[in-house]
Design a protein around this ligand. Structure first.
Ligand SMILES: Cc1cc2nc3c(=O)[nH]c(=O)nc-3n(C[C@H](O)[C@H](O)[C@H](O)COP(=O)(O)O)c2cc1C
Length: 199
């Protein structure tokens, strides 16, 4: 059982893994096998989605591969400095249209982003439960990332996710070392409202 830092104590009792998972930047130089990575993406596969359209797509590559370097190069510099040590990078992509049941042509899927987010969440939790750390990034050049993975029309880049084993903070640039701590959350009452939105 992991021990949560003070910033990660839940107000209401929940399973420990929710608060024990966090997004580090210091990755050790471990490698992850394709089978192991697919075993984590399997959890994402079981996320719920509107009309069960499963709009998520994952394009993964491993450190040392040209495809890894290509997606790494699409990240903002501030992400590249730490993401370069990840064991794998995963571009999370979503299909923006679907064919509704009984129809024969594609229509816009209003929940593609919501659904891809749910899938990433499942992946992150499964990775944590297997001793891996993951870190999502929105800080990238979307056009460059799309080109790096050969993304076809009709899809939208959602995030790039780094995965690896937690490493030593000493390997991080000074400015990031200070930020290498699990983050707190605002109160549940600031996010959950009964009946009407409260600002
Ligand atoms: C969609 C998305 C985009 C993010 N973009 C970045 C990013 O570009 N760089 C970064 O260092 N962290 C990024 N993060 C990580 C968040 O900052 C982090 O998840 C948040 O502070 C909560 O911390 P925790 O995951 O450790 O609980 C991103 C997370 C998500 C879900």
């Amino acid at each position: 059982m992991s021990i949560n830092p003070p910033s990660r104590i839940a107000d209401y009792p929940i399973e420990d893994f929710f608060t024990a998972r966090w997004s580090p930047r210091a990755f050790a130089m471990d490698t992850v096998s394709e089978q192991e990575l697919l075993g984590l993406l399997e959890a994402a596969r079981w996320a719920p989605s509107g009309l069960n359209a499963q709009p998520w797509r994952f394009v993964y590559s491993f450190r040392g591969e040209a495809a890894f370097d290509a997606i790494l190069a699409s990240l903002w510099e501030g992400n590249q400095v730490w993401a370069k040590n990840a064991s794998a990078l995963i571009a999370v992509v979503a299909k923006t249209t679907l064919i509704p049941p009984g129809a024969d042509k594609e229509v816009p899927n209003p929940s593609y982003s919501f659904d891809a987010g749910a899938a990433w969440g499942y992946f992150a939790v499964q990775a944590h439960l297997r001793g891996w750390s993951s870190h999502a990034m929105g800080g990238f050049d979307a056009a460059r990332a799309a080109e790096a993975i050969g993304m076809p029309d009709g899809y939208a880049m959602q995030a790039v996710v780094a995965i690896g084993k937690k490493g030593s903070v000493d390997a991080l640039p000074e400015v990031l070392r200070k930020r290498e701590v699990p983050s707190p959350r605002r109160q549940i009452t600031d996010s959950a409202f009964r009946g009407k939105f409260a600002v």
